[in-house]
Design a protein around this ligand. Structure first.
Ligand SMILES: [Zn+2]
Ligand SMILES: [Zn+2]
Length: 227
């Protein structure tokens, strides 16, 4: 017997079900998750090594904590990169825990502990990609008796993945444009991921220029050095 896919594809249908009469049709599982939700979980799994690396970059380059804040103001990380560290632990521990749960469920030998985050993560992702089809049929809907948390691997993967994405979007990587700012003449021009303008990060300047203006500016500088 097929049941509706437990994934986000059925959010609208579940809301409608809770509200009573409606004429929505759910997406059926094959056998539990639909094909789209299965493919999404696989794709998200494959992205974790890169996503965790992006989070770690933030830990290394994190902005210094503000020294002007009021004592007792909550939620300010106490050292640069602490938020990145906590999130990295959350995601990596989660993936390793999922690997352990699947190994136990399939009576496989326990995980080789490498003790190095990068290689543990890569090995976990490789293992999980191979065993995800089994896990998606085995775990959906079960809750962890210890924590009451859901054990649907697709759901767990989606949560970890979106937490990582939210974090890296809030802390976009900056591309340094190594040409002096047209206004303050400092080497402080940066372009953030996905932004359509280049910004001077000198707090006293903060000029915004478009890529076209940047190109003209670069040409002018080049011309100036050749005359
Ligand atoms: Zn689905
Ligand atoms: Zn400037």
């Amino acid at each position: 017997m097929t049941a509706p896919c437990p994934g986000p594809c059925n959010n609208a249908w579940r809301n409608a079900e809770a509200g009573g009469d409606h004429d929505l049709t759910p997406t059926w599982g094959q056998p539990i998750h639909c094909t789209r939700c299965t493919l999404r979980a696989q794709a998200q799994l494959a992205e974790f090594p890169e996503l965790v690396a992006a989070i770690s970059l933030e830990a290394l380059n994190g902005t210094a904590p503000k020294t002007t804040g009021t004592i007792g103001r909550a939620a300010a990380p106490s050292w640069p990169g602490q938020a990145a560290r906590i999130l990295t632990d959350h995601i990596v521990d989660g993936l390793l825990g999922l690997e352990d749960a699947i190994r136990a469920g399939r009576h496989l030998p326990s995980r080789t502990v490498r003790g190095r985050e990068g290689s543990d993560l890569t090995a976990a992702v490789t293992f999980l990609r191979a065993h995800l089809p089994w896990a998606l049929e085995r775990f959906p809907g079960e809750t962890d008796p210890a924590t009451g948390a859901t054990m649907d691997p697709a759901d767990l993967i989606r949560r970890w993945h979106s937490a990582g994405q939210r974090f890296t979007r809030q802390h976009p990587r900056l591309e340094h444009h190594r040409v002096p700012c047209p206004r303050c003449e400092l080497l402080t021009l940066y372009r953030a991921d996905g932004e359509d303008y280049i910004e001077c990060r000198n707090p006293n300047c903060q000029t915004l220029i478009t890529p076209g203006e940047y190109a003209d500016h670069t040409k002018e500088l080049a011309a100036a050095t050749h005359t």
